[in-house]
Design a protein around this ligand. Structure first.
Ligand SMILES: Nc1nc2c(c(=O)[nH]1)N[C@H]1C(S)=C(S)[C@@H](COP(=O)(O)O)O[C@H]1N2
Ligand SMILES: [Mo]
Length: 406
């Protein structure tokens, strides 16, 4: 069923050890290295992709350069790639099977891609897929894990079927607490545990959670999880299991490395509307990461860029949150002393990136610090100081870009 002839295996010189850093939860105190480390990585082209910023080759971890975010939709060939394990089998659509079962399923069954498309209504939605560790490389002090810059995220139009429709066919027993997800990827020579995740039952039954087989109108690309993946709009990408091959309804909380200790944040550190309580324990100080925090990115200007006095400077960017809806983006051109509202672009759905734009005419020469800050309908906004946590998650620190006016 799975061809092991993936390009990952055929190239021999992998040096990076998959997930090794995840087993060393000590902090690497190297303050001051942040931005240098981010820029030191090289651009490389993976099959089917435009050049992306390489963070690791084995497993494949490549991020999207900021310049590629000039559109609200991130094209498939520019979309970041993140795998925890080195063995990522290519599965042809004809060979792919999805098993639905588990001790809390009444009628376990199996689906081909054709059946999935034929037996359940298709749904399409635009949603941001953002790695929990996006911007981890900017953490100060440094933390262990892939040193992502700003591009471990993307926004695509996903087409698939509702997970809840598929689960209904299997018949969920009243004792079910979680739905578990297993991808076809696996450990090779390294000791990284198999990637398996779960969602609380109530979240798995949310009408926005899909088993997706298309991305931006094309079959889901191999590196982004084809033939099919889970999408969980509003929650960080750790739950968006790629190359999904097994979905189980279970009566006990899933205990895998990827549920605990990985992908957790200290309890109470971040405001969260949606909590994953079956994975919480009274004597454990952490809780699973869930919703994406409010964030924004300036996409068209860079530190040190030069502009002419009296000529308009146009600042463009993106803003997003967990699906409550971005309702305000403010820009400051005086290091945060005063703020003005940017113009928001068209609303492409509450889980999508929202574009924004702001223009001004600098009247004085010298350095101008440009900052952007998004807020959502709940009144949540970005932070000015890093909320430090050992895994470097949820970095939504307001950017500061210094331009030169002459
Ligand atoms: N099967 C499988 N699914 C997975 C992962 C993985 O390692 N294996 N990584 C997850 C994480 S942490 C992220 S950030 C996203 C990345 O999705 P992308 O490669 O399409 O950008 O996939 C998620 N789904
Ligand atoms: Mo991730």
């Amino acid at each position: 069923m799975k061809s092991r002839r993936s390009f990952l295996k055929s190239t021999g010189s992998g040096l990076a050890i998959a997930g090794a850093s995840l087993f060393a939860p000590k902090f690497l105190y190297a303050a001051g290295l942040s931005s240098g480390t981010i820029e030191a990585s090289s651009l490389e082209t993976l099959p089917g992709k435009k050049p992306l910023i390489k963070r690791n080759y084995r497993p494949v971890n490549y991020e999207t350069p900021v310049e590629y975010f000039d559109d609200v939709i991130t094209p498939n060939d520019r979309f970041f790639v993140r795998w925890h394990l080195t063995e990522v089998p290519e599965i042809t659509p004809a060979d792919w099977r999805l098993k639905i079962g588990g001790e809390s399923a009444e009628h376990p069954f199996e689906l081909s891609l054709e059946q999935l498309k034929k037996d359940f209504p298709a749904v399409e939605m635009t949603a941001v897929c953002q790695c929990s560790g996006n911007r981890r490389g900017l953490s100060d002090p440094h933390v262990a894990g892939v040193e992502w810059g700003y591009g471990a995220m993307g926004n695509a139009r996903w087409k698939g079927v509702r997970l809840k429709d598929v689960l209904a066919k299997a018949g969920i027993k009243p004792d079910a607490v979680e739905i578990t997800f297993d991808g076809a990827d696996g450990p090779a020579i390294d000791k990284t545990p198999d990637f398996a995740k779960s969602l609380p039952l109530w979240k798995a039954l949310d009408e926005n959670v899909l088993i997706a087989y298309e991305m931006n109108g094309e079959p889901l690309p191999h590196l982004n999880g084809g033939p099919a993946r889970i999408i969980v709009p509003g929650w960080t990408a750790t739950y968006w299991v790629k190359k999904i091959v097994a979905i189980n309804a279970v009566a006990k909380p899933l205990q895998t490395f990827w549920m605990n200790p990985a992908y957790r944040v200290p309890k109470g550190m971040f405001p969260t509307g949606e909590r994953f309580t079956s994975q919480e324990k009274e004597n454990v100080p952490t809780t699973p990461i869930t919703e994406i925090v409010v964030n924004s990115l300036i996409t068209n200007i860079k530190d040190g860029q030069r502009f002419h006095r009296g000529a308009p400077v146009v600042v463009k960017g993106l803003a997003w949150d967990a699906g409550y809806g971005i309702n305000l983006v403010e820009v400051s051109i005086d290091e945060g002393k005063t703020w003005q509202a940017a113009t928001l672009g068209a609303d492409q759905g509450r889980f999508s990136f929202r574009s924004w734009q702001f223009s001004f005419k600098p009247t004085q020469s010298g350095k101008h610090v440009v900052m952007a800050k998004a807020s959502n309908r709940q009144g949540a906004t970005q932070t000015f100081e890093l909320i430090f946590n050992p895994a470097g998650y949820h970095n939504n620190v307001v950017q500061r870009i210094a331009i030169q006016v002459a």
